[in-house]
Structure formats: C-alpha cells, structure tokens
Design a protein around this ligand. Structure first.
Ligand code: ZN
Length: 278
C-alpha cells in the first residue's frame, strides 16, 4: 500500500452511504517535474472539500480522500482517457479520447486552464504506468471496496462524489461570463442516480437558500459513471460546490462563510444518512 489514499471509516451505526473527494490531495510525487509553476498547477485542486464534507464519518459513511494532487494524475478520468501525444515511447493499451482530452484535462493533465502547458517534455511509458499503478488504482480500489462493503451489507448503496468548482466558467472554452450556481448536482443526465436520491440533495440545499443546478454543464465524470447501476441499487451523484461560497480563490484561504456552508452540508449529510437508512 502506498500513501495514495486515506479512508476515514464510518463511526457508529453504518449506513449504505459513501463519500469520496478525489481532488483534495496535496502530495506531489518527485517525478511530477512540471515546467509550469506549482502554484498554477495547484489551481485545479478542490480546496477544503474534505473539510466541507468532514461530517460524513460521524453520520455512518466512510470518507475516502486522494492524497496526490489532481494535476499529477486525475482519478476522475478513465485510464483509457490518455492523450497519446504526451507519451514519448508508445502506449500498448486501449485509448478512448473524450471531450476532456480536447481540453488538456484527461487522465494526466496536459494544460491548466486549457492554455498553460504543464510539461516541457513527453512522459515515458514507465512514468505513466507508475502513476496509474501507484496512485490511480489504489484510489479506485478504496472507493470500490467501500461501495461493495456497503452494498453487500445493505443490498444498496448511495455514493456522493464531492468536488468544488471555480466561481466562473473558463473563458478559453467560451464560458467566461457565466457565474456558476452555488451548487451543481451531476448524475450524467439522470443515468447514475435515481430521482429520490437526487431530489433529496437538491431540495435540502435549496431549502438552505442556495441556487442549485442539476446537470448544468458539470454532469459528473468517471467516478459516478464507473460505480453506478441505479437499477441494481447502486447510485452515484456528484456535488460541485462553488468556491466563491466558502473560500478566496486567489489567496487559497477559507472565507468567513466557510462555517455556514459546512454547517449546511452537515445538515444535508444527516438528511442523507436518514434517507439511506430508510
Ligand atoms: Zn473535482
């Protein structure tokens, strides 16, 4: 085992409920060697999300945290979503480019903000393989194991995949003037979670006064796709929290509103724990 992932176990009565935060890790392995300033690479992290959702274990749900930074390898991409132009000496495995590849934001990110190259070199086959084996796979193994443990015990499981998003869309992709909602809930257009689970999250946040979008631009990517099968009782839902709600995106500090947002999310987690137990 490596330092790739931390699992904070559930306390008290377990629920068929699992939270994961794939983008809050702070570790840069030595072989990252970006050409771009580290402070720019860090901007794709989901700052403080592990703290915002930190009440999950006290409500019977494990919380799984990636320890490595997203710019090194992104656990919210399939390992087939690799940009072969980044690999120096060939890649023998299947590759299926996605819309994220075009944005420079696939398994191993090529660009920050779509226009700032991270590397001034190609990566070797060995480097890419190591990132997958040492970081991506242990993270996924931890998520899958927690989901299966809950499913085996309860015959169902609800998975909440936790993220944060910049206040505004990216101008490089023509989204610059769009202030995002306070929260965006993603279910890949209703294919990864059922209506009751989705409605519980949406209505709880709306009742707390937030503007909540559903599948509005940010619909969920690999982690909700890979482990969901609503017909079989496996439901996964992505929550994106607007960073302007709880932090200063330039200073990378929690804002005065952080405690309120965390309290509102804690109330939502409590409601979800009751819903999961029903
Ligand atoms: Zn994220």
């Amino acid at each position: 085992m490596t330092d790739a992932v931390t699992v904070i176990p559930a306390e008290g009565a377990p629920r068929p409920l699992v939270f994961d935060s794939p983008h809050t890790g702070m570790l840069y392995p030595d072989d990252f060697r970006p050409a771009l300033d580290m402070a720019v690479c860090e901007r794709v992290n989901d700052w403080f999300v592990e703290d915002l959702f930190g009440a999950a274990p006290a409500h019977g749900a494990p919380l799984i945290l990636a320890q490595f930074r997203r710019a090194y390898i992104d656990p919210n991409r399939d390992i087939t979503d690799l940009d072969l132009a980044m690999v120096a000496d060939g890649w023998p495995h299947p590759v299926v480019p996605t819309e994220k590849t075009g944005r420079g934001a696939s398994l191993i990110w090529k660009m920050i903000d779509g226009d700032k190259p991270i590397y001034d070199r190609k990566l070797s086959h060995a480097e890419v393989s190591n990132r997958i084996k040492t970081y991506w796979r242990p993270y996924h193994a931890a998520v899958e194991s927690a989901l299966n443990a809950a499913y085996d015990r309860f015959g169902k499981v609800l998975h909440v995949n936790c993220h944060s998003m910049p206040e505004y869309g990216n101008p490089v992709f023509g989204e610059g003037d769009m202030r995002r909602p306070d929260f965006v809930i993603g279910t890949r257009d209703g294919t990864t979670a059922g209506d009751a689970f989705t409605a519980l999250v949406v209505e709880n946040l709306r009742a707390a006064g937030y503007h909540v979008g559903v599948n509005e631009g940010l619909k969920g990517v690999e982690l909700v796709r890979r482990y969901s099968d609503p017909a079989a009782g496996r439901e996964s839902l992505q929550i994106e929290v607007n960073r302007a709600l709880y932090m200063d995106e330039r200073a990378i500090t929690r804002s005065d509103n952080f405690a309120q947002v965390k309290a509102d999310l804690t109330a939502m987690i409590a409601a979800l724990a009751a819903f999961a137990a029903a």
